[in-house]
Design a protein around this ligand. Sequence first.
Ligand SMILES: [Fe+2]
Ligand SMILES: [Fe+2]
Length: 183
Amino acid sequence: MLGKKMETAINEQINKELFSAYLYMSMSADSANKGLKGFANWFMVQYHEEMLHAMKFYEYITRQGGKVTLKAIAEPPQTFESPMDMFQKTLKHEQFITQSINDLVNLAIQEKEHASQTFLQWYVTEQVEEEENDNDIIAQLKLIGSDTAGLFMLDKELATRMLTVPSDFSKGVEAAMKAMGKA
Ligand SMILES: [Fe+2]
Ligand SMILES: [Fe+2]
C-alpha cells in the first residue's frame, strides 16, 4: 500500500520523467535539423529511456493500488547553440533529476515505506549511469573543440546507440515490447 505523500511525490516524478523525454526529443529534433544524425539518434534513444522511466513509476503506483495523476508537460527549449550546449543542459537536468530521486528516497525512509525504498534503488543506480554518460560525452566534446572531423567521428559513434530494455524492467513494458515483436 502506497501512502498519499509517496503517491503524490511519485506522480510529480512521472511528470519530470515525461518532461525529460520531451526535452531530449526536442534535442533530437534540433540535431536532425542541423544534420547531426548520430546526435539525433542518441537523444531519441534517450527519449525512449525516459518514457520507460515514467512507465516504470506508472506501473509501481498502479500495482500498489494508487492512482496515477497526469499533469501538463512544460514546453522544452526548441533550439540549442551547439552539441556541447545540449550535453551541458542534459547533465544539468540529470543532476536535477538525481536530486529529485534522492528526495523520493528520503521521503520513503521518513514514511517507513520499505517497498518504495527498494523500488527506488533502481533509479538511484540509473542516475549514476546517466550522469556518467553525459560527463563522458562532454569530455569528448572538449577534446574535439572546434575540430569538425572530430565532431563527425563522434556523430558516427552516437549513431550506433540502441535502446536496450532489461527483461525484468516492467510487466507493462514487457507486454508492450512483445506486442511490437521486440521481446
Ligand atoms: Fe529518467
Ligand atoms: Fe534521465
